[in-house]
Each structure stands twice: as structure tokens, then as C-alpha cells.
Write a protein that binds this ligand. Structure first.
Ligand code: AMP
Length: 401
């Protein structure tokens, strides 16, 4: 974290993309809370803090007359929430880099905060427009990126703006630093055995992830809907389960690559099935892998849970991305829940390092109230996925080069 920022104007890109309901109430302020360590540090240092963030996709959901829906996408409500969480005045600028911003920034005092209006109110943001980024860069003497959740975007305020600061005048915030440090623990010299648990709906979303993990892991556990494409590729019967028929060869090639690299792939050995994609549908547990024609697999079965648990409890490093079943439905949550509990047990009793790597596995770990029992829960779904795929994030690259 940058130091000696007393009286300095510091731009901080945060990720305040919080869910807001129809009544305009923030329903989950986790992302605001997660930015507080960086903000408290800057307040303590006496910096003049200029916050930038996006909220939703305002240009994709314009009003019927083509104007921006300001009541839905304004960050003003976030500024109000932030002001309740910090012990310093939080001003809100009605524009992002316009006259209102300039007025407020020029009167900002040491330790005070201004949050600028949604960066995505102009198409310059997503286009990464260098002129606009440069005009924003002129607002401050330093730039800090703490928006891990947006670090995989090459946008004006997440990446382009950093090019206008030299290495001594830009850096990561504490949240971004923690995300990168923990991802590095996984990807560089993990304690072994290293197990990746990958689930979720589709193989196609996880191809790059699986291909990179094969180069790093000792074990890969595959669950969720994507497992059935792997079964179909090996000519098992999968009934009406989710399957990407155009990905069968790819599934085979991932299995082959794992074999060559001596990575053990663990697929489910039984499933909880139903005839309909409904919680109320009667549950049928299969004896083995094959699923009758009229049923679909919606969760891993009890034998799979036991075999996966054995692998997890022997692991010293674990990364988890994607649920084992349709955990949103209570009747099909058990596989995901048992795996989550087992990861927590390994972390607590075996000193295993566990990283919950974004997306629905974070929702699952929250649902089962295990957040405090694992080593690290990532705040960035897409960003963490891309890091684990072995990519360099534009928001990171722009800071270090
Ligand atoms: P992803 O975003 O790719 O990690 O996928 C998460 C989604 O996969 C969740 O909404 C789950 O309900 C869904 N999912 C997990 N297992 C299955 C399954 N066996 N059949 C259908 N959907 C599933």
C-alpha cells in the first residue's frame, strides 16, 4: 500500500457494484465493507480520497426515451451507505470528472472522501478511452486500484488511467493485494497435495480453468452439471442431464491431458436425480454412474460425497470454483453443502489452505455460513476465474508495468 499520502489527492478505483432493490435499498453491502481497510488506511494517512466505481450496466438498460436511468444506476445511495461506515465526511459528485467533481475535489480536505457518479454513465469507460482516462487521472497525484472484481476489464478507470501514473505514483489497495497474494499461493508453489474442485453448469465456462489447473494440481474433483458432459464423452448413460454435445471431444482431451500429467480426475460415482428441474420433484438416487432416460442428475450422491471427502481431507491446498449440484434448491443442496463443510474441516483441522474462487461457490459458502471457516473467499467472480485460468488481468498489468 502506498505511503506518505498526507494532503495528497489519491484516486481509488473501488468495486461498489452492489445489488440495489426496486426501492433503492442496498441489499448486500459486502463490497463496500471490503473496501474499508484501504479507505481507513488512507483516512489515517490524511489523503484526499477520490473514489470511482461502476454500478451495473446503465448504457445497456436505458430509459425508453434513450436517457440514462439515473434513479436505478446512481451511486448516490452508495455514498450515503459509505458515510455511515467511515468516520469522515463523504461527498457525492453528480458527475464523473465534470464541473461538480472539480468543485468538490478542489475543496476536499485531508482525510475526506468524494465518490464520483457511476463511471459507466459514459461509453468512454468500457471503451477505455485514453483522453477521458487522462482527464480523470489529472484529478489526483496518485492512483490506487482496489477493484479486484473489475480487474479483468480493460476499462478507462480500471486500467487505462493507470498508464498516466509512474510506478511511484500507483499501487494496489489492500483488498486487491489480498486477492492477488492468495491466488499466488495457489498458482505458485502450493503445498501438496493440491486439489481443485470444479463444478457448476457448463464445461464451456470452465475449459480454460481446467486446462490451466491440469498444469498445477495433483487432483481435480469435477461435480455439478458439467460432470455429465464428461460421462457422455465416456459413453455412460446420462438421461436428461445437462450435456454439451459439442464439448465431448474437449472433455475427452482434458481427461487425456490429466492422465499424461499424472493428475487424478475424480468424477461423481452416483447422482441424485429427478424427472423435472424442480425442488418438489421426487428424488431418485442412482446406484452407479448411469442415469435412466427419464431422469436428470441434479446433485452428487452419497458415495460421491464420501469419495470426494477422502481426497479433500488429504489435501494441503484447495481451490473451489462451482457448486456440486443445483444448490439453490434445498433438495439438491446436500452435495455442495457436504463439500463446503469438508473444505472447512480440512482448513480448520489439517492446516489446509483453502481458497473459494468466485461465483456460485461463494454464494454456497455464504448460504452454509462457512465464510469464516475457510482461508480466503474471493470477492471477484470473473476476475478470480481469469487469474486461475493463468491470465494476467488488465487492471493488474496496468499497475505493475
Ligand atoms: P456456474 O456459474 O457455471 O458455476 O454454474 C452454477 C450453476 O450451476 C448453479 O446455478 C447451479 O444450480 C447449476 N448446476 C449445478 N449442478 C447442476 C446440475 N447437475 N444440473 C443443472 N444445473 C446445475
Amino acid at each position: 500500500m502506498l505511503q506518505n499520502l498526507h494532503q495528497k489527492k489519491v484516486i481509488v478505483r473501488v468495486d461498489f457494484n452492489v445489488p440495489i432493490n426496486k426501492e433503492g435499498i442496498i441489499t448486500d453491502d459486502t463490497r463496500i465493507i471490503k473496501s474499508l481497510p484501504t479507505l481507513e488506511n488512507l483516512i489515517h494517512q490524511g489523503a484526499k480520497i477520490i473514489l470511482m466505481s461502476h454500478l451495473g450496466r446503465p448504457l445497456k438498460e436505458l430509459n425508453e426515451d434513450g436517457t440514462i436511468n439515473r434513479s436505478k444506476f446512481s451511486l448516490e445511495v452508495v455514498a450515503k451507505r459509505l458515510s455511515q461506515l467511515v468516520s469522515t465526511p463523504v461527498y457525492f459528485s453528480k458527475d464523473c470528472g465534470g464541473k461538480d467533481t472539480l468543485d468538490i475535489v478542489s475543496n476536499l480536505r485531508s482525510g475526506e472522501i468524494v465518490l464520483l457518479e457511476n463511471t459507466r454513465f459514459t461509453k468512454d469507460e468500457e471503451k477505455g478511452n485514453p483522453q477521458w482516462a487522462e482527464s480523470l487521472a489529472k484529478l489526483g497525484e496518485f492512483y490506487i486500484n482496489d477493484a479486484f472484481g473489475a480487474a479483468h476489464r480493460e476499462h478507462a478507470t480500471t486500467a487505462t488511467i493507470a498508464r498516466f501514473f509512474d510506478l511511484q505514483h500507483k499501487g494496489f489497495g489492500l483488498l486487491m493485494d489480498a486477492e492477488l497474494t492468495n491466488a499466488n499461493k495457489i498458482l505458485n508453489h502450493p503445498k501438496r497435495p493440491f486439489t481443485a474442485i470444479v463444478g457448476g453448469a457448463k464445461v464451456s465456462d470452465k475449459i480454460a480453468l481446467l486446462e490451466n489447473l491440469v498444469d498445477h494440481c495433483d487432483h481435480i474433483i469435477i461435480g455439478g452439471g458439467m460432470a455429465y458432459t464428461f460421462f457422455a464423452a465416456q459413453s455412460f448413460k446420462i438421461g436428461k442431464s445437462l450435456c454439451e454435445n459439442d464439448k465431448l471431444d474437449l472433455a475427452k482431451s482434458i481427461l487425456e491431458k490429466a492422465k499424461n500429467k499424472k493428475v487424478q480426475i475424480h468424477l461423481p460415482i452416483d447422482s441424485l436425480c429427478a424427472s423435472k428441474f424442480e425442488n418438489s420433484s421426487t428424488i431418485v438416487t442412482t446406484e452407479g454412474i448411469d442415469i435412466p432416460d427419464d431422469l436428470m442428475g441434479l446433485d452428487i450422491g452419497p458415495k460421491s460425497i464420501q469419495s470426494f471427502k477422502q481426497v479433500i481431507l488429504q489435501s494441503k491446498t484447495i481451490v473451489w470454483n462451482g457448486p456440486m449440484g443445483v444448490f439453490e434448491m434445498n433438495n439438491f443442496e446436500n452435495g455442495t453443502k457436504q463439500i463446503a463443510l469438508c473444505i472447512a474441516e480440512a482448513t480448520q483441522t489439517n492446516n489446509t489452505f483453502s481458497l473459494i474462487g468466485g461465483g456460485d461457490s461463494v454464494a454456497a459458502i455464504n448460504k452454509f455460513k462457512l465464510t469464516e471457516k475457510v482461508s480466503f473467499v474471493s470477492t471477484g467472480g470473473g476476475a478470480m476465474l481469469e487469474l486461475l485460468e493463468g491470465k494476467i488481468l488488465p487492471g493488474v498489468e496496468a499497475i505493475i508495468n
